[in-house]
Design a protein around this ligand. Structure first.
Ligand code: MG
Length: 243
């Protein structure tokens, strides 16, 4: 507060530090839906069919939380796979077929959403069509309605902050009043660059094979969480910490 405002008895709202949480921004894959093992298996099969070699852990390291354009660039540059429109389409169809058979919500996420006091939205590296399919197959679509934001809506995907800033602006909330829930190193970095608090989530079934706990923890998120059962309490903890 400056001296003039103090003399006048005015209080100013801090804009440089964390504010009360007024929006929770969820990543989709690995946070709302347990999709990462399915998506990574598909990429492993494709790389191996093309004669390439990659370990499961390396696949997680290179592809987790990345946009389609980044995945395509990686396949072309590192694995010399020419990603034609036809190949892209067959990847898309193959993934959606598996989602329809296997995709599950992250354990207890529906109950956690019901207990949240704040508005929430989803901001994902995936295409809008894939986000909607994932949410609808897992019974979560109605919870998010139209509050769905995709990396296709901004110039730079995660780890750039653009998508989270776009989601916050569309939802009418300042970055400092947002809490992001993310499982990928790229997503945690993006949230921090956006000036948002971030919860590192390691409750997805990919967390162990991807070695996520150590990788996410190393980026110093505000809090680590390994089950959605505790999400509302985790947000309350962040609220208490700012006082
Ligand atoms: Mg994710």
């Amino acid at each position: 507060m400056n001296a003039t405002a103090e003399m006048a008895g005015l209080t100013s709202q801090r804009t440089d530090g964390p504010q009360a949480c007024r929006l929770v921004i969820f990543d989709c894959d690995g946070v709302l839906v347990d999709s990462e093992p399915i998506a990574v298996e598909l990429l492993l099969e494709m790389i191996s069919a093309a004669g390439g070699e990659i370990t499961r852990e390396a696949a997680y390291e290179r592809f987790l939380g990345c946009s389609l354009s980044k995945i395509v660039a990686e396949l072309e540059d590192r694995h010399q796979i020419t990603v034609t429109a036809g190949l892209l389409e067959s990847m898309r169809v193959g993934l959606y077929e598996r989602f329809k058979q296997e995709l599950q919500p992250i354990h207890a996420v529906g109950e956690a959403l019901s207990r949240l006091e704040q508005p929430f939205c989803v901001a994902s590296s995936s295409q809008p069509e894939r986000i909607r399919l994932s949410l609808s197959l897992t019974g979560l679509a109605d919870r998010f309605a139209s509050n769905i934001f995709s990396a296709t809506m901004v110039r730079h995907g995660k780890p750039a902050p653009d998508l989270f800033l776009h989601a916050a602006a569309q939802m009418g909330v300042e970055p400092h009043a947002c809490v992001v829930v993310e499982d990928s190193p790229a997503g945690v970095t993006a949230a921090k660059r956006a000036g948002m608090r971030v919860i590192g989530f390691t409750g997805g079934s990919h967390a162990a094979p991807a070695g996520l706990d150590a990788k996410v923890r190393a980026l110093r998120p505000d809090l680590m969480l390994n089950t959605m059962d505790r999400l509302p309490e985790a947000i309350a903890e962040l609220e208490a910490a700012r006082r």
